[in-house]
Design a protein around this ligand. Structure first.
Ligand code: SUG
Length: 448
């Protein structure tokens, strides 16, 4: 049976802004308080989805969340009408209003961890929504994420959904941003690779000194158990704590894998050789031939990687078995990174082509091409069971583009977030979106 990697991209929501909310994420911190352009952000994302679809890849779309999140503000004690809740939060606790307005759900690599049916004990595709416990503005995403994923992958014969892990830092889980799957063919059993930043229950593991390690070993292990993965099909590795302290807040900022290939930076992991050997032997047991492409620090420094987002790229398989790398524009403007990419694609290895996309609006908050997509490997039968409303087509691209043009503002600053009109605008837009994507009622304003 045919199988595919389907990329579901997060549609950027209408409140996209630079709140400076993510300590440890260099871009988010350094662009804090700049004015943003939500319309441009959404169109840049849609252009990437369309381009991949046009290249022949399976592409889907994941809806944004209801923001401002008035219900979250109410839980923090702001009361009255919706307009009063926003007004009071703006007056008394602006940072909380900003957090409740973040469009951060666009980075759907953090929405969930997904295990394809060939890896799981019950032969279904398993999803665990990420608790995103490290940052308040992200920790409020998972209830709606679960409803949206449930509406996209509704068929219980093929899809199993798990609630987010307990909402404490010890089980901090950031989803697919720290999870990669290696396989020979998408529809066959593979090896799932979980990368964690620290252990919450075992003090022998080192930890970063400056910035938080968002993913714990215990969270990764819990996800593997929930999904029914075999021990032989799982590899755990620790991220190098010193790169977390240099701004590598997720593994997908320093490594990316696809098929039988891992593309990674020399400084990405601890005990790299041991980890590579385990990946290689476990992949061999399911018929795969592991291949690693290491980028030496002499060619690209960790700082270059963090600034250019070289590794936050999408590594995609082409029909002839070679691979294509989708990188952000920032890779072309970094001389060393661009030079490295020229030599990589010219060397006759597996990665043959690079395509550049302008995703500046998202990049300025620390979200590159790979952050914007959630990969779901599906066989033909499973793909047919996905809600067809969320699969990208030329007409869907047109409707979404027009929808963005109609509803999005082209400039947003902190002051705009305090405007109660924004809430009405967003709800109107999202109500229409759920009809376009045939999701049914998924947002708090639609179900309460
Ligand atoms: O969680 N930025 C996101 C970026 C997530 C990128 N995802 C992956 N690497 N997979 C984060 O730090 C910034 C929001 C703000 O500052 O307005 C933010 O949430």
């Amino acid at each position: 049976m045919k199988s595919y990697e389907v990329n579901f991209d997060g549609l950027v929501g209408p409140t996209h802004n630079y709140g400076g909310l993510s300590y440890g994420n260099v871009a988010s911190q350094s662009n804090s308080q700049q004015s943003s352009n939500p319309k441009e952000a959404a169109l840049q994302g849609l252009a990437k989805m369309k381009a991949l679809m046009d290249m022949g890849f399976q592409q889907g779309v994941l809806a944004p969340q209801e923001r401002p999140d008035v219900a979250a503000l109410r839980r923090l004690g702001f009361a009255g009408s919706d307009a009063q809740v926003i007004e009071r939060a703006a007056k008394e606790a602006m940072p909380l209003l900003v957090a409740s307005c973040s469009a951060s759900s666009m980075w759907v690599a953090n929405a969930a961890t997904v295990s394809p049916s060939a890896d799981t004990a019950d032969g279904r595709v398993h999803f665990t929504a990420a608790n995103l416990n490290c940052k308040y503005h992200r920790s409020i995403e998972h209830p709606t994420t679960s409803r949206v994923l449930g509406a996209m992958f509704a068929d219980q014969q093929h899809f199993a959904h798990h609630a987010a892990l307990p909402a404490v830092a010890q089980f901090g889980d950031e989803g697919a941003a720290n999870h990669t799957r290696f396989c020979r063919v998408y529809g066959e059993a593979g090896v799932e690779f979980f990368v964690y930043g620290r252990s919450a229950f075992d003090s022998r593991y080192p930890a970063p000194q400056k910035y938080p390690a968002r993913q714990t070993l215990e969270a990764s292990q819990a996800v593997a158990r929930l999904h029914g993965l075999r021990e032989e099909g799982v590899v755990y590795a620790q991220q190098n704590p010193s790169v977390i302290d240099q701004g590598v807040f997720h593994n997908d900022v320093i490594a990316v894998g696809n098929g039988e290939v891992l593309f990674y930076h020399e400084d990405a992991f601890l005990e790299t050789d041991k980890m590579l050997a385990e990946l290689s032997s476990k992949l061999a047991k399911v018929g795969g031939k592991f291949q690693s492409v290491c980028v030496p620090r002499s060619a690209v420094t960790v700082d270059d990687a963090v600034r250019s987002y070289l590794f936050n790229s999408q590594l995609l398989s082409r029909p002839d078995g070679s691979m294509l790398l989708i990188v952000p524009e920032e890779c072309r403007s970094n001389e060393r990174v661009w030079q490295y990419l020229q030599s990589l694609t010219g060397a006759g290895g597996v990665i043959r082509e690079v395509k550049v996309f302008d995703l500046k609006q998202s990049m300025q908050n620390g979200g590159g091409p790979a952050c914007l997509r959630l990969r779901v490997a599906l066989n033909e039968t499973e793909l047919a069971a996905v809600n067809p409303g969320v699969i990208m087509t030329a007409p869907l691209y047109d409707s979404l583009t027009q929808w963005v043009e109609r509803h999005y503002r082209d400039r947003m600053t902190e002051n705009d977030l305090a405007d109660p009109q924004l809430l009405l605008e967003c709800r109107g837009a999202l109500d229409e979106l759920t009809q376009i994507l045939k999701l049914g009622a998924v947002y708090p304003f639609q179900i309460n």
